[in-house]
Write a protein that binds this ligand. Structure first.
Ligand SMILES: CC(C)(COP(=O)(O)OP(=O)(O)OC[C@H]1O[C@@H](n2cnc3c(N)ncnc32)[C@H](O)[C@@H]1OP(=O)(O)O)[C@@H](O)C(=O)NCCC(=O)NCCS
Length: 422
């Protein structure tokens, strides 16, 4: 077995040695006697097909696998990548590892071979959970999305996978996490700290942040305490007394309000809070996010989790992403899919940096020079023009209560807090 240093030296780029060397010996202790299974031709054919990669990619993948079988450095590096993503006891995904230059235009495929090897693990995991194969096949499309929508877009059409995205693939092999139509859902205790009430008669919904949460003057959250320094920031209140909840609520438009409201608990029922099982939503790239596609997916999610996880009833979907940044309502036209979707949801401020999520649009991690960012698409141009005005960008959260699905399309939270609640 070669050391990490020897392998990188042979590949001709040891700039990432410190990261590649992490857990190297443990991974090599598991190195299969016959070489990595995911370099075998039949295995690659099955994984290529299962993950939805173009058929034309098959010969390219097979050529890279043959090169790796003939070159122990390549095989060891690919194994290490696979091991770090899928087998490391504690997640420790690869970061910015070099692509072997000797593979030329195919150099992005070495790690893609390790990535698509998740297919049998996902199959096995889903079978244990009793999930239909059709859902497994839908879920497995993520590998092709990463390759086609992101990596190829960022590399003039050359295929591969961004290693910063590959770490996420571990979750599909071990979590209750599925793609259902346009969107993906992960059944887990809700991490977001909030408490949500519904009026027992009118169905009106009001969300509160926990007591003591700091907000900017206009009701948003920063990820660094020092960012609040030069403004009139304030702290939320939440208390329970005299059979009422009294606090500073969040507007469904996505910002916290600096005024207190009181809700009598005889009229208002708690319907959601941190730690309760909920569906954390994720948005895979590719394909429009029309309201219809989102509604179909949410309906499927409600029915799917009721059927396959009956002992873990869920009441809500939640998510945090650049996609729920309510500034998009200024940036995009009223008819844009993302704007229309946002208006159906209860938006919610989350701690955010000024660059959150912009990687998914520009394939660059911030901070970056606006003048160097691509302006190829309408979305990119509009976001760059907005940032050029000096406004601070943010990510945001959202939730949607599954009981409101029959009202999806009529902006069920739009008027919450516009009337007096108490
Ligand atoms: C969310 C998403 C599906 C957008 O859906 P949509 O608004 O229905 O997209 P549309 O297909 O109507 O695109 C509208 C415009 O935005 C552009 N656009 C959409 N997504 C883009 C992206 N991720 N990067 C750059 N431009 C994008 C489109 O090219 C189009 O512009 P054009 O007419 O000049 O070609 C899309 O942004 C996406 O796939 N994002 C990646 C996944 C992601 O960000 N997930 C969240 C991670 S936290």
């Amino acid at each position: 077995m070669k050391s990490a240093e020897e392998v990188l030296r042979e590949i001709g780029d040891d700039s990432q040695l410190a990261n590649v060397a992490l857990h190297w010996d443990e991974a090599m202790a598991d190195y299969p006697a016959d070489g990595p299974h995911f370099l075998a031709e039949d295995f690659i054919r099955r994984c290529r097909e299962a993950t939805g990669l173009d058929a034309a990619m098959e010969s390219e993948l097979l050529a890279v696998a043959a090169a790796a079988r003939a070159d122990e450095s390549l095989a060891q590096l690919a194994w290490h990548c696979y091991w770090r993503v899928f087998h490391a006891p504690v997640p420790c995904p690869p970061q910015a590892w070099p692509e072997p230059a000797r593979l030329g235009e195919r150099r992005g495929l070495l790690y893609l071979l390790a990535a698509i090897a998740y297919a049998p693990m996902v199959y096995e995991h889903h079978q244990r959970l009793g999930i239909p194969e059709a859902v497994t096949r839908e879920t497995l499309q993520q590998a092709a999305r990463y390759c086609n929508d992101n990596y190829c877009r960022g590399h003039d059409g050359r295929p591969g996978i961004y290693l910063n995205q590959m770490g996420w693939m571990r979750h599909y092999t071990r979590e209750p996490y599925f793609r259902l139509g346009r969107l993906e859902y992960w059944l887990e205790p809700m991490k977001r700290d909030m408490i949500v009430y519904r009026h027992r008669r009118t169905g009106q919904v009001v969300a509160f942040p926990p007591d003591g949460t700091r907000f900017s003057a206009d009701g948003y959250r920063y990820n660094r305490e020092e960012d609040y320094a030069n403004e009139d920031s304030w702290v939320s209140e939440l208390g329970f007394a005299n059979d009422c909840v009294c606090g500073t609520p969040v507007s469904p438009q996505g910002y916290a309000r600096r005024e207190k409201i009181t809700l009598p608990l005889a009229d208002w029922e708690r319907v959601l809070c941190k730690g309760e099982d909920s569906l954390t939503m994720h948005i895979p790239s590719g394909g429009k996010m029309t309201l219809e596609a989102c509604r179909d997916s949410l309906l499927r999610a409600r029915d799917f989790f009721r059927q396959y996880f009956p002992d873990r009833p869920v009441k809500a979907v939640n998510c945090a992403s650049w996609i729920f940044n309510n500034q998009l309502q200024e940036i995009l036209p009223d008819t844009a899919n993302l704007v229309r979707f946002q208006r159906e949801l209860y938006l919610y401020p989350v701690p955010s940096s000024a660059w959150d999520g912009l990687w998914f649009v520009f394939l660059k991690s911030g901070p970056f020079e606006l003048k160097d960012a691509p302006r190829d698409t309408d979305l990119q141009r509009r976001i760059l023009d907005f940032l050029a005005t000096g406004r601070r960008w943010r990510a945001s959260g959202m939730f949607f209560l599954l009981d409101d699905l029959d009202r999806f399309g009529s902006q069920p939270y739009h008027d919450a807090l516009s009337e007096k609640c108490s």
